[in-house]
Every structure is written in C-alpha cells, then in structure tokens.
Design a protein around this ligand. Sequence first.
Ligand SMILES: NC(=O)c1ccc[n+]([C@@H]2O[C@H](COP(=O)([O-])OP(=O)(O)OC[C@H]3O[C@@H](n4cnc5c(N)ncnc54)[C@H](OP(=O)(O)O)[C@@H]3O)[C@@H](O)[C@H]2O)c1
Length: 379
Amino acid sequence: MRSLVILGSTGSIGQQALDLVRRYPGRLRVVGLGAGRRADLLLEQVHRFRPRVVALADPVAARRLETELPAGPVVLAGEEGMRELAGWPEADTVVVATSGLGGLVPTLAALQAGKRVALANKETLVAAGNLVMAAARGKELLPVDSEHVALHQCLRGEDPAAVRRIILTGSGGPFRTLDAPGLARVTAREALRHPVWKMGPKITVDSATLMNKGLEVIEAHHLFGVDYDRIEVLIHPEGVVHSLVEMGDGSVLAQLGPPDMRLALAYALFYPERVSPPVSLLELAGRTLTFEPPRLEDFPCLRHACRAGRMGGTMPAVLSAADEVAVERFLRGEISFPGISRVVGRVMEEHVPGPAASLEEILEADAWARRRAAEVAGE
Ligand SMILES: NC(=O)c1ccc[n+]([C@@H]2O[C@H](COP(=O)([O-])OP(=O)(O)OC[C@H]3O[C@@H](n4cnc5c(N)ncnc54)[C@H](OP(=O)(O)O)[C@@H]3O)[C@@H](O)[C@H]2O)c1
C-alpha cells in the first residue's frame, strides 16, 4: 500500500493520480492533497478521498476551506503549508503535479524527508536541476513526464556509459504544419486544442511552441546525466513512441504505449513493480508511425531552451520564468504566438547567468526574469 500526498490535486495530472487511487484500491491511498486556489474542487476531493491533511497555496482560499471543514482534515496554507504537506510523516510518496516553480520548495522538502517523489512538475528540474538532483542522491526521484518515463524504462538495467544518444519524441503540437505567417495568426483557443494529449493550459501552449520539448531536453539532461550533445528531438505526430535511446552498439530501444498519462503515473508510483494497465492496451496493427526533425526556424522556443540548458547556471530558471509570463500574456490575448519566443529570447539575451548554487539565487533569477518578461511583453 502506498500512502500518497498529491500536490496539484485539482489539476490535470493531479486528477489523473486520483483516478489511479480509485482504480487500485488497497494499493494506493490518499494522505494529503494540495492545490493553488481552487478550494471548491479541493473540498469535493476531501469528501471523496478523506485525506488527513490538505493545503492551498492561496491563504485566503485556505481560510475559506477551513471554515467548510470544522471536523478536519488539517488545513495548511501558503508556501510553508505546502512544504509541511510535502514532508507529512504518514506519507511515503509525494506526487508533485503543481504547475510552475511552486513545485520546487515542496520537492526539496519531500526529498529531504525521504519520500519517493513522483515528479511531474518539469519547471522544478529545469530551474534547479543541480539542486534537485543533489537532494535526490540516495533517494527515490521518479519522473512522471511520459518521455522521461520512457527513457527510464529503456535504461533499466543498462550501463549509462553505453548510451550513445537519447531521442526525445514530441507530437509537434497543433501547429506542426503551419508556416510562419500562419503561426503569427494563431489564437489562444487554437493553441489550447492539443491533437494528442489533454493537459493543463500552460503545458498545452508549451507543446504548441515546442518549448515543452525544450524543457524536457533540460529535464533529461539532469535526470539521466547525459550531456546536451547527445540529446536529440524528433517529431512523432502519432504520440505512440514516447522516446528512444540509441546504445553504443547501434541498437535503438524505444518505449511505446497509448498516450495516457495514467500509464506514466502508475509506472512512477509502483516502480519497480509492473501493475495491470490502468487504461486499454495499445493496438499496433494497421498503424503508421512517422518521425521528422523539428522545424527550429519556425519554433525558436526549442532552440532557446537548448541554449539555456547548455549555458546552465541561472539561465534555465530565467528561460522557464520568462516563458511562464509570456504564455500567460498569450492566453490573455496580449501578445501573439510568435511573441512568446520573442519575449523569452529578449529576457535571455539580457541575463548574465550566475552559478545557481543556492535556492535563493535561483528564486532571485526567477523573480528578475518574470519582471523583465512582463515589461518586454508590454512593449
Ligand atoms: N498534464 C499533463 O499531461 C502533463 C504531462 C507531463 C508533465 N506535466 C507537468 O505537470 C505539471 C502540472 O501540469 P498540469 O497539466 O496538471 O497543470 P494544471 O492542470 O494547470 O494543474 C496545476 C495544478 O497545480 C496547482 N497549483 C498551482 N500553483 C500552485 C502552488 N503554488 N502550490 C500548489 N499547487 C499549485 C493548481 O491548483 P489550482 O487548481 O487550485 O490552481 C493545480 O492543481 C506541470 O509542470 C506540467 O508541465 C503535465
């Protein structure tokens, strides 16, 4: 029986994690739930899953929730509350499914408390990869992103020194075949219609700009200790091959599966055990699988991310923070689709990266990038 804390339980990944709790009774139970500000949805989840403790990042929403729950559970608030929830003694596993950098402090707290961390929140690894990997030494940090779960499976039992290159696949998003003038006209509504995956708004837009793939390159570098020269991206519109590893002897290992995050979540929660599948099996007969290189000229966010990764230090935190702001502005209709890469590129140009040796330094770079991105977006 695994005892879970789910951070970001009201979001797309969080709700799928709760779906697994329903599907594997006796194997998974909920100890704690945390979210940003959606108190109503969290309240419904409290009634359904009976956690011992809940937390909301927004203190006002947390107070409202507390008045609705006079008989418990414990209601925590703010960043301190999220940190306490992540280290809650009764839990052995923490699913970090918050969006944005809000996942960083709880991830570090969960690792320090010796929990298994199932990490969906990619911004955490992008912004603070070295710090997180140092905190994870000797602990259990399992990826939840489907590409990294694929790589984790391909690399199971393999000598890391025998890896020639890692190939991350991506669907290419809804605008894969649009030319530059077409990309300049796309709306937020169109960007939110992903052809393969159903996800939260930020990652859906990131998938459309290919920033998501770039963030995943940085994630893969940290998780698997592979340098950037040996990480490549291939567009695979069918979304069935979740990533590949080329070994030193020329063999290419791939992991295939239906595009459903519950498979990746179940892998991270039950590893090393392989449980019965939570979704229907993949039918391969009659399928055509295609691969093509990414169009870097028309999707510069992927290039920005790879550059930020190679530069290292505080640059990936700046990339990620500027992107969060730019995506928000795009969703509000304040900047165009190509405006996202323009904002990120400009903020990166102005940043002189520091070593990212401490949490404070990373949070400072993050705050600076958010401020500058808001200014550049307003120009
Ligand atoms: N969705 C996918 O298929 C997918 C796949 C791979 C990786 N990921 C990664 O997983 C993470 C979550 O993605 P998502 O699509 O599930 O996002 P989402 O649907 O937008 O959900 C985000 C969740 O985080 C909560 N949250 C926001 N700020 C918070 C804070 N400061 N402290 C605690 N909780 C906070 C939100 O609470 P409220 O609802 O109260 O605002 C919500 O529960 C992202 O980093 C994403 O890149 C997602």
